[in-house]
Design a protein around this ligand. Sequence first.
Ligand SMILES: Nc1ncnc2c1ncn2[C@@H]1O[C@H](COP(=O)(O)OP(=O)(O)O)[C@@H](O)[C@H]1O
Ligand SMILES: [Mg+2]
Length: 364
Amino acid sequence: MPDKPGRNAIEVVDVSKIFGSGEGQVAALDTVSVSIRENEFFTLLGPSGCGKTTLLRLIAGFDFPTAGEILLYGQDIAPLPPFKRPVNTVFQSYALFPHMTVADNIGFGLEMLGKPKAQIKVRVAEMLKLVKMEALAGRRTSQISGGQQQRVALARALAPQPKVLLLDEPLSALDYKLRKEMQIELKRLQHETGITFIFVTHDQEEALTMSDRIAVMSSGKILQVGSPWDIYDKPAERFVADFIGETNFLTAAIAGVSDGKAQATLKSGATINATVAEGFQPKDKATIVVRPEHAKLTAAKGDLSGTVENIVYFGTDTHIQVRLDSGEAFTVRQQNTRSAGCGFEQGEKVGIAIGNDAAQVLRD
Ligand SMILES: Nc1ncnc2c1ncn2[C@@H]1O[C@H](COP(=O)(O)OP(=O)(O)O)[C@@H](O)[C@H]1O
Ligand SMILES: [Mg+2]
């Protein structure tokens, strides 16, 4: 998917957020900079505690940065209180009013803004249609399902036509099937409204399937920003490679780095062509990563050789775990076909072909 060009809706510039003081001090965000483009589905992805919610709260204005600034279309928004920012948030907990109807919940933000009654009525009707909840407009939100509550929360947040919608793990309370449905629904809403979405998740698959671009976070820092394709195929650091999907790490001697490519000599003695992560500082030894589906098992000796330790069947594919002669572990993923078996057996000696461009040299 090509990046969407366009102006920046949000620019986060060298933002830090420190909680507490002295020994108990926590750097929830450590000099974070990132630009989010207009009309983009942008995802903050990272494990619990890495600072995702803190960054959203700073953008929303519920809290202030310790250092740095946040620009909205080029303007510093520090002086604006939350209700004056053209930004709205959908929380994980939905935070609906249970005793109020669906329609009244959706109109609530507009009432608070003092919009005329007639205008609110029209807008609420539009929003009910957008999230396909017309039939339940008069129900109390305590009497609708979790998925329906999610739709109401979205409609309420979209009703005032914010420029940016912040979504803090909005799908994590839903069961698997509903979650898949709401992922598609969210993509549709973003597409139809053209509003910039900043979506938070700790689920890598959700991030890969939904986003125009992803920022991978760890311990208060953004490690890498890129399209799902970039993040998966060209991870810059070990954390990114490990957090997103399964991968193989190998140690290699690096020579002849130029034009984003390097010659990587593996412990097996084979030399392969590998792409080099952005920001890679030339060094003799580095870690390279190869995704399990980008390597091929062969009966003959390949770039690597070893012994099959384990074969794990996953329905759509089979994972063949190999102990390399170097002692390193390596998994190859093979797509399954109707014909039985993966063609290899436990204990069998095998080769592994990596091929050009399948390996990536990490910068750390
Ligand atoms: N109000 C607060 N006071 C103290 N520490 C906080 C506060 N809010 C968040 N933190 C800490 O900041 C870090 C980042 O938290 P958070 O942004 O909620 O992470 P995430 O949303 O990625 O799970 C965590 O270590 C968390 O404990
Ligand atoms: Mg959070």
